[in-house]
Design a protein around this ligand. Structure first.
Ligand code: SF4
Ligand code: SF4
Length: 225
């Protein structure tokens, strides 16, 4: 079995739901000089989605944060695994990916590695969408120079005629424009409007996960279609 297949199996065994490989050469320039990206996808358990249905955001966020911790653990274990095999690696944990909270941007977006790996696309909601779990996923990544067999990049939305998330957004933040790699995030979502609403919701111990929950493919994953 090839080295990258062994790595994929290792990461799946550690808990990743999906793993993909992509060429991200130059995309993290000035940050870390490693040309290849490993996309880690962790599905949000159905149990957590039921918390949303019940508007039990305290339980939902607690579950969400433990998923982020798990993702961090998996990526650190992946980094160690790769280094033990003689290559360089850098786990892109959330704290290392230095998110600009004001503009909600990171140095190398997990979504970029994931779409380049062919694991899914950017939905109308600007969330990452997978065929198997819809938007009910959290994403992580690892950078490396280990030779990898890249997936086929997805460059266009596969949302087709679906507008569920757009219709579900309480503040009309989602534009009708479907994603492709030539567009900027601002073309598909008014992130300021979304953020403002979420901040207000947090103040009341709530949140907004409507576009994630109402995604056609999330519903399919939950067996609600
Ligand atoms: S999180 Fe809520 S406010 Fe933001 S885009 Fe999704 S549905 Fe709209
Ligand atoms: S709800 Fe429909 S349009 Fe929105 S991200 Fe999901 S599949 Fe795409």
């Amino acid at each position: 079995m090839s080295e990258d297949n062994d790595l994929k199996n290792f990461l799946i065994k550690k808990g990743a739901s999906k793993v993909g490989f992509a060429n991200v050469d130059g995309l993290a320039e000035g940050f870390i000089d490693l040309p290849y990206g490993i996309s880690l996808v962790l599905k949000i358990p159905k149990k957590a989605m039921i918390y949303i249905e019940n508007e039990d955001y305290e339980s939902y966020w607690s579950c969400f944060h433990s998923l982020i911790d798990r993702l961090t653990e998996i990526s650190i274990k992946g980094e160690k695994y790769i280094k033990n095999h003689g290559y360089d690696a850098f786990a892109l944990t959330m704290s290392r990916n230095e998110c600009d909270m004001k503009r909600l941007l990171s140095i190398l977006p997990y979504k970029t590695i994931a779409t380049k790996s062919g694991l899914g696309w950017i939905g109308r909601s600007a969330l990452f969408v997978t065929p198997d779990y819809g938007s009910a996923v959290v994403l992580g990544g690892i950078l490396t120079n280990m030779p990898l067999t890249f997936g086929t990049q997805i460059t266009d939305s596969q949302c087709d005629d679906c507008e569920n998330c757009q219709k579900a957004c309480p503040v009309g933040a989602i534009n009708p424009q479907k994603w492709n790699t030539k567009l900027n995030r601002n073309d598909i979502i008014d992130i300021g409007k979304c953020r403002e609403y979420i901040v207000e919701q947090y103040k009341n111990g709530l949140g907004c996960t409507k576009c994630m929950y109402e995604c056609k493919l999330t519903k399919k994953y939950l067996g609600r279609l």
